[in-house]
Design a protein around this ligand. Structure first.
Ligand SMILES: Nc1ncnc2c1ncn2[C@@H]1O[C@H](COP(=O)(O)OP(=O)(O)OP(=O)(O)O)[C@@H](O)[C@H]1O
Length: 558
């Protein structure tokens, strides 16, 4: 009977104006209230005023002092903000995409892996692709999920590659919004947001927010350090290349555009003494003692190099090889980039890491020559592979390039009072005579290296470096890389014999090849171009070289 009374009372309460209002606001409230009353003997209507009061209080605080809520949450939550333009964003995205709990998230962004996603900038996958491409082409076992196949002809190989390319790998990352996961026993919230109303051709602009409970953000720091370690370890000793990218607010920042296997210094044909001097000078400059020496004497700690010579003689190649050798990041800047002015260039230089190489290519064509103010159309350099066009958005601007760098602007940036210290600046030009002496004075250019047409020795060296790899698979500068054949001495001896005979064969051919080419007339790029037509056939290269030289001469005359 008592329960009936209670039930009767609860039903009566449920039909009160308050309850009716709540039912309208929270559908199902009447049933919930009924449930509490019947089974738990709790009349939640009694707490109603407290609940409504609390909700109103929170609403008022939010409305009147939007920052107050932030302050309150700051007391109990630690948050790290990560911006897309910062490399930490790449660390996090790379780390996230490798976490099994993130793979299980029910809301995710599925996108094809593009090279312009720096966290998936394909270095790794490209490299794997290259390896497996080689493998299948050699006719040896090639990986396939379930089967093992052998391909020997180009058609087989190509069909397989094209089929594989159709199925580009899909990248899964947590979608916009909040995601929760546990890291080292702590609950972490990851929020991903994207800036809306952004012009399409400027790409995305995202932010990540990492939060944990408590005022101590230590666990977030640990997570970010772990992400950084994972990202950097992935690069190994590869040469990282950055380019300046213009954002839609017209500011510029460096964006990582690719990483490449380091180019061996031995593959750059240049007078040995000059090459050694260049590398030794860089090494000495980077030594901590040198740094102290500069600081003690109040001399700005900077070093500049000018590499000059005709196109295709190895200027960029040397710079790229030096970056690989010294494991420095390479920052490429084209002074003809639309919208690049002195201010943006200063901010780019200010954001350089302490130790790096900045490469300013073709400075003579950038409006900073003795005849100032001219602009020229940009050109690419084959020594460093062109980045994915989607990264380099400089071309997306159709405004004419009004903002050019003036000579005084450039001088200010490279060694003005506010100029950055610690970096190595390498400038290249085909016309050193066109440059203003102010740019060339010591302190701005500390060493000049002249590149020229190929000498007799250079030609032999280039020929040998091109055919060092034929027949026996990859060979190092000092000899072939021998396959590891355990307990098979005969096979090793055979291999050595083959190497010796290849070396002798190439040495003889080098001489004949160099004899047919006039010294000081052709560039390394031209000779390399010819040899590329005879990749595995050094004899054929030698046989056809005289005729090729004839044709080159005729072409030059016309
Ligand atoms: N000295 C060299 N040793 C080895 N390879 C060279 C050399 N010079 C040029 N090459 C080859 O020629 C191509 C172009 O070289 P690179 O871009 O370094 O020349 P560059 O002097 O910088 O040309 P540009 O003045 O047009 O920028 C590259 O593929 C490179 O491998």
């Amino acid at each position: 009977m008592a329960s009936n009374e209670t039930l009767g009372g609860s039903i009566a309460d449920a039909s009160s104006p308050d309850t009716a209002l709540l039912e309208a606001l929270v559908p199902g409230y009447r049933i919930i209230s009924h449930f509490f009353m019947s089974y738990l003997k709790i009349d939640i209507n009694g707490y109603l005023q407290i609940l409504i009061g609390f909700a109103l209080l929170v609403g008022c605080i939010k409305y009147l002092h939007p920052t107050a809520m932030e302050n309150i949450s700051d007391l109990i939550i630690s948050t790290a903000e990560i911006r897309m333009e910062d490399e930490v964003f790449n660390y996090m995205m790379y780390w996230i995409s490798r976490q099994s709990h993130m793979k299980r998230t029910s809301r995710f962004l599925a996108s094809l892996k593009f090279k312009h996603d720096p966290w998936a900038d394909s270095d790794e996958s490209d490299f794997e692709d290259e390896d497996s491409d080689d493998e299948s082409w050699d006719g040896s076992k090639s990986r396939n999920n379930t089967t093992t196949t052998t391909t020997t002809t180009f058609d087989d190989y190509w069909a397989k590659m094209m089929n594989r390319d159709k199925y580009k790998s899909i990248n899964f990352t947590p979608s916009e919004g909040s995601h929760y996961f546990r890291y080292r026993g702590h609950l972490i919230k990851l929020r991903r947001t994207e800036e809306q109303n952004r012009p399409r051709n400027f790409g995305r602009n995202e932010r990540l927010w990492l939060s944990c409970l408590g005022k101590n953000p230590e666990i977030l720091r640990q997570l970010l350090l772990e992400a950084q370690k994972a990202y950097i370890e992935r690069d190994g000793n590869r040469t990282l290349i950055y380019r300046a990218k213009r954002d839609y607010d017209r500011s510029f920042s460096w964006i990582r555009c690719m990483s490449r296997s380091p180019r061996p210094m031995s593959s750059v044909i240049l007078n040995q003494a000059q090459k050694q001097e260049f590398v030794d000078d860089m090494r000495e400059y980077l030594h901590p003692k040198t740094r102290r020496w500069y600081f003690d004497r109040g001399i700005p700690y900077r070093r500049g190099y000018l590499l000059h010579g005709p196109p295709g003689t190895g200027k960029t190649s040397l710079c790229f090889a030096a970056a690989g050798l010294l494991r420095l990041k390479l920052y490429l800047l084209n002074l003809k980039t639309n919208g690049l002015d002195e201010e943006s260039m200063s901010s780019l230089f200010a954001s350089l890491p302490r130790r790096c190489i900045v490469l300013l290519e073709d400075i003579d064509t950038a409006g900073i020559t003795k005849t100032r103010g001219k602009t020229v159309t940009p050109g690419d350099n084959p020594a460093i592979p062109a980045p994915n066009t989607e990264i380099s958005t400089e071309g997306d601007f159709d405004e004419s390039s009004k903002d050019t760098i003036t000579l005084s602007g450039l001088l200010n940036v490279i060694d003005g009072v506010a100029a950055s210290e610690g970096r190595i600046l390498v400038m290249t030009t085909n016309h050193p005579d066109k440059l203003d002496p102010a740019l060339l004075r010591p302190g701005r250019v500390d060493m000049s290296i002249s590149f020229g047409y190929m000498s007799d020795n250079d030609i032999k060296e280039l020929f040998a470096s091109m055919y060092r790899f034929i027949g026996n698979g990859p060979r190092q500068a000092n000899g072939p890389v021998k396959e590891k054949v355990e307990n098979d001495e005969d096979s090793t001896r055979e291999q050595e014999k083959r190497d010796v005979s290849l070396d002798a064969r190439i040495s003889n051919l080098c001489v004949s090849f160099a004899q047919a080419i006039p010294t000081g007339e052709l560039t390394a790029a031209e000779i390399q171009g010819y040899l590329l037509n005879h990749k595995d056939k050094p004899e054929a290269a030698v046989a056809g070289v005289a005729q090729w030289v004839e044709e080159m001469r005729k072409n030059r005359e016309t």
